[in-house]
Design a protein around this ligand. Structure first.
Ligand SMILES: [Zn+2]
Ligand SMILES: [Zn+2]
Length: 140
């Protein structure tokens, strides 16, 4: 499956890419570059952090990965497949919750029909105020 992802994006299946993708794939939530780096080195991956960053950039440029940006600027990554997830992040406490349906799928199929583009991926990140934090705002 990782091989297929790389092949579709016309990327070479290097050891680093494969290791990074399999870590992201095994996680149930989006992971940051640092988290990936720590896991890699537990597995004696011998990959430095800047390589992790560079690889993540390439993979998200090619839409293999979905990059999720939090308000504080940290980026986390997940595989951009049909089973990918979207999140709402609270801009105050940075808590994220999962949106269990992809709202873009039908839209993206329509755009594909209208424009003739083969759409290979998308990213969507919702930001807001969670119920807990909005309670505090009202009490202020
Ligand atoms: Zn909050
Ligand atoms: Zn989606």
């Amino acid at each position: 499956m990782i091989e297929d992802l790389l092949k579709k994006a016309l990327l070479k299946n290097t050891k680093q890419r494969h290791m990074i993708l399999s870590i992201i794939k095994s996680e149930k939530k989006p992971v940051t570059a640092e988290e990936i780096y720590i896991k890699l080195n537990k597995n004696k991956g011998n990959i430095n952090l800047s390589t992790v960053y560079r690889t993540l950039n390439i993979l998200s440029e090619k839409n293999i990965l979905l990059k999720i940006l939090k308000e504080d600027g940290t980026a986390s990554y997940q595989i951009n497949d049909n089973l990918h997830n979207h999140y709402i992040t609270c801009y105050k406490c940075h808590n994220s919750i999962l949106i269990d349906k992809c709202p873009i799928k039908d839209f993206s199929e329509k755009i594909s029909k209208d424009t003739g583009y083969v759409i290979t991926g998308h990213s969507l990140q919702l930001t807001g105020l969670c119920p807990k934090c909005s309670k505090h705002v009202n009490n202020d």
